[in-house]
Structure formats: C-alpha cells, structure tokens
Design a protein around this ligand. Structure first.
Ligand code: C6P
Length: 418
C-alpha cells in the first residue's frame, strides 16, 4: 500500500498532467540569468505549490495566533488546523494514532530527538548499526551518543554500485544491537534500501529500527505499519512543504517509554519547583511554541501530493531517471556514481577534468540548479574516492526537456573546463 493510498479516494481525483503540475509552482515560471529556471535540486529542498504558499500567507494575514494556549476564537481556529495537519501526516504514513506524530523542525531534529531521548536507555557495550551511505544527520547524532555513553557504532559497507546488502547488515547484528538507523533513500546516490526486510532483521535481533525518511517520503511508498519501523523521520521542505517543520513518527509504546527531549512550554502537565510531570503524547515531545504555520503548510503539502494517483507520479519520476541516466552516460567523460538496481530521482556524477563546483557554476549560468559537493555524506564520498559529485535530483514537476537542458549545458561546460 502506498502512503498516498491512505487518503480518502475522493481526494485522489486529480490526473497527473505535467503541464498543469508545473503551473502549480509559480517559481518555475521565473528566469534565472535570463534563462528559464531548470530546477534539478529537489533532493536539497523542493519548490512549493501555490496552494501551500496561499495557506501560509492566509495564516499570517487572517488566522495567526499561538496554539493550545488561547481561549479565544483565533487561537482555537489555528489549534484545530495545527492538529488537522498532524492528522494528515498520520493518515499519510498510515500511523495508528495521532499520538505517534511529533512535530519537530526537521529530520535532523527528529533523529537528534531519538538519539537524546531513546539514547538515554543505552549503555556501554550496546551497539547501533548504520550504513555507509547515511547523511551526516544519521551519523553524527550517534557519534555524539557514543561519546556520551560508550555505545559502539557499526557501519554496513556500501557496494560498488552504491547499495547495501541485507547480508552485510545481518552480519553486524547481535544481541548487543539496540538500534538500526538507516536511510530509506540515499540523498547522494538515490539508492532505495529494502526497509521492510531491514526492519525484520533488526527486530529478529531484538533491536529497534529508525528510518531516515528525508528522501524516501518524497519518492517511495511509506506505510509505517506495513514497514514495521519503530521511528520514521522526515522534513517538510523536501515534500513540497515549508521549511522549519519536520516529523518524527514513533510507535506509541516506545514513545511512552522515552523521556522528554526538551523541557518547557506545553510538554508538562504540572510544574512545581520540586518536580514536574509530563504531558501526554505527542505534547511530551513538543516543548515551546511549535512551528505552527509550517505545520499547517505541511498539512497542505500532503493534501497537494495526495491528490495524485501515486503510481502516476512514480512512473513519471522513474521515466525521468531512466532517460537522464541514458543521456548522462552518453556524455564523454561522465561517470555516474550510484547505479543500484533500486534507485530513485537522483543522478550523481563526476566529469573527468572538471571540478564539480566549477561545473555547477557553469550550469547555473544556463539556468540549471544542481547541487555540487559532498551532499552531507562525506564517508560515502570517501567510499567512492571522490571529494564531491554533481547531483541532479528530480521532483514531480521536472520534465525530459529539462534533462535535455542539463545535457546541453553540460556540453557547454565541457568545452570550457575540459
Ligand atoms: N539533505 C540534501 O541536499 P534537514 O536538513 O534536517 O531537513 O534534513 C537532513 C537530511 C537527513 N537525511 C537525508 C537523507 C537528507 O537528504 C537530509 C537533507 C539535503 O541532500 C540537504 S543536506
């Protein structure tokens, strides 16, 4: 079942028509360096549809107040919208309960929440298993925990095509493993990991599993019950929503056991100078004034993507990836990094004789936005013996024509740099 399959059937009436999809994103109409914008950096952050922009604008213009604190109409109205957004996320992930959806400021904070809170139950000698293709946000929090409490970090190796085998994960698991923390989709290569199988391996070993779903939420089916993951973390800005909002899904019984991550605001039920008691989930993990408007904007973004039939969006993105792969491989001097069979929406490559940053600068002059660098995955770059790659990444609004623009701009860059 797909994430999009959890919304009501009547809301999925919209046909996936690329021209009308593009018309939803006002920024795609602008020029950059007097060239049409070719936005191929959705893995870094997605562009926003008009409906999300309108909702945000309307909140500030007409409905703004703090939430969960005011006994007046404005505050109650926005509180309802904030909690409706939580329900939209719950339905999107097919979580059992709203209590399992914690709003954070992004995937990085969601993972840090687990490291800081769940991590407190770990002790010297316990082990955490990650993979060699993780984003720094799914490496550094575990290193910090290692430095605090002496847990060990085990890393499953990356294969030459940019994949991680189940066997290599399995070999690292033992009764000492307390957590397996893996990406759903690699941001740097696009590799899709078999999350359901990894979750089974983790659980068979008696460990919990956290999925860094920052890229997976955009391109893959996400059903947290079907995957049987214990935690799923993602950021709103990748899925066509605002920035400043993220989600941590956690199974209710596990979240109940975990201590609060931060103190203050509405995360308490009572406070005295001697002692405080915690609020019920999800408030226990939402200290301080939450990212109210971004949460409502995320709810709208989820409504936006949920209106399409998931299979059509997926077919469109797969066709783009196949076409882009074929076109890039035909460019002399280009080496694609990350050629796993299960792959989505990302083309990471190097061009012989050209530094990725120089290449990206020339592409920018042609109106093409790509990311160049280590993509916050330095150990993965080391694995492939490069310091950086150029990364073109797709969203639902990209077209084959834009791939052609990229290839043409690459030809121009080759003439200048090589
Ligand atoms: N990747 C990229 O260009 P935040 O910054 O908290 O929204 O997301 C962090 C993060 C965690 N995991 C994965 C797999 C990610 O892709 C990201 C963000 C961006 O690839 C910015 S570094």
């Amino acid at each position: 079942m797909t994430a999009l399959a959890h919304v009501s059937p009547e809301s999925k009436a919209r046909k996936f028509d690329i021209a009308s999809v593009r018309a939803d994103f006002p920024i795609l109409r602008r020029l950059v360096h007097e060239k049409p914008l070719t936005y191929l950096d959705t893995a870094a952050s997605a562009q926003k549809p008009q409906s999300v922009i309108d909702v945000i604008k309307n909140q500030y213009e007409n409905e703004y107040a703090n939430v969960h604190r005011g006994a007046y109409w404005l505050s109650e109205t926005l509180t309802t919208k904030y909690e409706d957004a939580r329900e939209s996320v719950r339905a999107f992930l097919n979580a059992k309960s709203d209590k399992e959806i914690i709003f954070t400021k992004g995937a990085t904070e969601s993972i840090n929440l687990v490291a800081s809170s769940f991590g407190r139950s770990l002790k010297v000698g316990d082990e955490i298993v990650i993979t060699g293709l993780e984003h720094h946000s799914n490496i550094v929090p575990w290193q910090m925990l290692r430095n605090q409490c002496g847990v060990e970090l085990k890393v499953a190796p990356v294969t030459d095509d940019g994949d991680v085998t189940l066997d290599s994960i399995s070999k690292l698991l033992s009764p000492k493993t307390k957590l397996v923390a893996v990406a759903h989709v690699s941001n740097a290569l696009g590799t899709v990991l078999p999350i359901k199988d990894i979750a089974k391996l983790a659980h068979d070993a008696g460990a919990r599993i956290l999925i860094d779903g920052c890229q997976g939420i955009v391109h893959e089916d996400v059903d947290v019950q079907d995957m049987d993951c214990d935690f799923y973390a993602f950021s709103g800005h990748k899925i066509y929503g605002p920035n400043g909002i993220g989600v941590l899904y956690g199974k209710e019984d596990i979240l109940e056991e975990m201590p609060p991550y931060q103190g203050g605001g509405e995360m308490i039920s009572t406070v005295t100078f001697d002692h405080s008691e915690w609020a019920e989930l999800p408030a226990k993990f939402e200290a301080g004034t939450p990212p109210i408007v971004p949460a409502v904007g995320l709810g709208e973004a989820i409504r936006y993507v949920s209106a399409f039939d998931a299979a059509s969006v997926s077919a469109h993105e797969k066709a783009l990836l196949a076409y882009g792969t074929e076109q890039l491989q035909a460019v002399e001097g280009v080496t694609l990094i990350g050629t796993a069979e299960r792959k989505t929406a990302v083309l990471s490559f190097v061009l012989e004789g050209a530094h990725p940053h120089d290449l990206a600068t020339i592409l920018d002059r042609c109106g093409v936005c790509v990311r160049a660098g280590h993509h916050c995955a330095q150990p993965l770059m080391d694995r492939f013996g490069v310091s950086a790659t150029v990364r073109a990444s797709f969203g639902l609004y990209n077209t084959q024509d834009e791939v052609d623009v990229l290839i043409e701009a690459l030809g121009r860059a080759r003439e200048i740099l090589c």
